[in-house]
Design a protein around this ligand. Structure first.
Ligand SMILES: [Zn+2]
Ligand SMILES: [Zn+2]
Length: 294
């Protein structure tokens, strides 16, 4: 039985290289695969391994009291969600490009509400707007009821969505993302830009789905690994639609044109027999021409 761990923490890290080495050594010893990013601002990781080894990782890594309060999210793995182990030191643990004046979760972030609280908001019919901070292709396969999509291809493009979100400046906003890490910066970024009532969902969509599978969040949760999507059971409905023909589907594809790599939902009928599919006619034509030249 395999398990995937998702965890992060914004915290001052004096020596990111040393922390990365420790994570690499421990993960290697436990035969874990996945991706971990370490920076002066903290750590962000997704790791997969056997149930026993992943739990060992949690025990040993979180002995370090700086990380003892980290919320670890767990989901079922397949044993091959990642091709290898990559532990990297970067400038940010999520690439936003925001300055520290715009958003610095180590100093200030938006207030958090728990999944329980959000559940009660839905039940009471409270007036609020969910702003989904994930990328546009993630939103395609699943989202909270009544949520607003900034429509960005990556976190660093949030500044381009401010105009679209402007009508929400005085509304009660709840930001959400997969595990909570993106909201830690994107919610304060909205506050910095004049949004008056912004809160973030503690533990993100992942924690909500674990507690309330099939409730309020409709569809599947996109993952940045080979699983592509996941869910925790419950009363599920498919909300995704094929990018090409609009049929209901939640199956992701990479455009088969090697230099395009657009990620989108494609139904079986729109794919070739081998499962491959192009995002557009121009990608298909370009690729066919390149193959003739070879
Ligand atoms: Zn289709
Ligand atoms: Zn394409």
């Amino acid at each position: 039985m395999y398990q995937v761990l998702l965890f992060y923490k914004y915290i001052d890290v004096d020596d990111p290289q040393a922390l990365a080495e420790r994570v690499r050594a421990l993960s290697t010893e436990l035969s874990l695969t996945g991706r971990v990013i370490v920076a002066h601002e903290g750590i962000n990781g997704t790791l997969e391994g056997t149930l026993e080894n992943t739990e060992d990782f949690v025990k040993q890594f979180f002995l370090d009291e700086r990380f003892s309060d980290v919320q670890v999210k767990r989901s079922a793995g397949e044993g091959k969600s990642f091709p290898s182990l990559k532990v990297k030191v970067r400038k940010e643990i999520v690439g936003t490009g925001f300055t520290e004046a715009e958003a610095n979760p180590r100093v200030k972030t938006a207030p958090k509400i728990s999944p329980e609280e959000l559940r009660s908001w839905y039940k009471q019919g409270k007036e609020f707007v969910v702003v989904d901070m994930r990328n546009d292709y993630e939103f395609a396969s699943g989202r909270f009821k009544n949520s607003v999509e900034p429509g960005i291809a990556a976190s660093r493009y949030l500044p381009l969505a401010l105009e679209k979100l402007a009508p929400l400046k005085d509304k009660k906003i709840l930001t959400v993302c997969t595990g909570g890490i993106r909201c830690e910066k994107m919610a304060p970024y909205l506050m910095h830009n004049g949004f008056s009532d912004v809160q973030q969902l503690d533990g993100g969509i992942h924690s909500y789905m674990e507690k309330y599978p099939g409730e309020d969040f409709e569809g599947t949760l996109f993952t940045f690994d080979r699983r592509k999507t996941m869910h925790f059971g419950g009363n599920r409905k498919i909300v995704g639609v094929c990018y090409l023909c609009s049929a209901r589907s939640e199956s992701y594809a990479d455009c088969a044109q090697p230099s395009c790599h657009k990620l989108f939902i494609a139904c079986d009928a729109c794919r070739s027999a081998d499962g491959s599919v192009y995002c557009s006619e121009s990608c298909r034509v370009t690729h066919a021409a390149a193959q003739v030249q070879v």
